[in-house]
Unconditional design. Sequence first.
Length: 421
Amino acid sequence: LLGAVTRLVNLRLAQGFRAQAVPLEQIYLEFGEGVASPQALKDFIAYVYANWQTPALRYVVLVGDGSYDPKNQLGNGLFPQVPVHFSPGTFTDYGDDHFYAQLVEGSLAPTIAIGRLPGNRQSQILTYVDKVLAYESGERRPGGEAAARVMLFSDSDQDGGENFAGRSEGLKQLITANEPLMQVTHKTRPVNELLEPTDDAGVRTAIVSAFQGGASVIHYLGHGAENQWASPTVFQNSDASSLVNRFLPVVIAMNCLNGNYYDADRSVQSLSDSLLFNPAGGAIAVWASTSLTSPDVQATLQNALYEQLVSRPGTRLGDALRLAKLQGVASAGTEEVLRSWTLLGDPMLELQLPSTPGEAPLVPVSPIAETAPAASSGSCAAIHSPYPTRPNLWAGLVELLVVMAGLFFGRRFATSRSTHR
């Protein structure tokens, strides 16, 4: 997948950031003794953050799918993947990419912004990179009235206690209170007195229209599964894959399992996959959960995110998500929410939401002095070595790290052993 992200790396370099693409096999050689593991990848990220020259590492993009069966014991086949760290949840173990951003021992707070491109084919990654380039150029980024538009969709309550519609109205008020220029529209799933849905077709039409009409953010709050919002009659994978929309929103899914990208069968796609890899439309990024949690504990993180997005004009998506999680760390009962909510997309995406005149603009993240030396471009095999006689050719200025997937079988590589003789 290395060639698929070359243009993405070049884009960030052209924007003044220090960016580097790193193949996973070299990380495993240097930090895992040739053995593929999430811990080896985290150790590498932590080493780069702590030891490479300033400005410190700020963003990481994991390029590759994941699987709960990385050794193919179920016989679905092997495909390029970046390992998934699993954490124990209330109801099930779940994928936890937050693990890679959590670099301070004993602290749940994220140190860096992290995102994943969960593709297992080069064509998928190429499609996504095309979308990012068009978004960053302004061609597919919502502008004008669409830049101020947030579309909220809420599910009906199944037992009468979730209060999805009420929560969405509260979120609408929070957003407009923080930034009066934001245009927030809310539509809920109507039901009769028996809590039976009465117009799923109308809700589906409204969701599709929201994508087609242009919005900076499309937000869903309600029940869900890996491949749908609420019910297959409301919005599902086939709907996401069929979207045709020029302008690409960020999708925020406050439900269960929409971010579950790591099925062992590569033909099984999450709703996030379908939105990301639709070349004709869909989303530029999806922030969604890999686990099962309640609306009560989700609300803290959701609200913190919007406070960051609308009060810090010009912020990059990954920074807003990281700061929102920093706020959420202090709230009781939010650990599973913090760990399971996953950015599927590029954390360096720059949202251009409106701001009231007179507000102080956000200071650009990690400005680079004109006199800063260029990042080195040495051999991948010299990422890190405990042997002082071998120079670390990669000790350059890096703010964006792109980690490339590969095929691994949990074995040791002979090349690793011979390198250190």
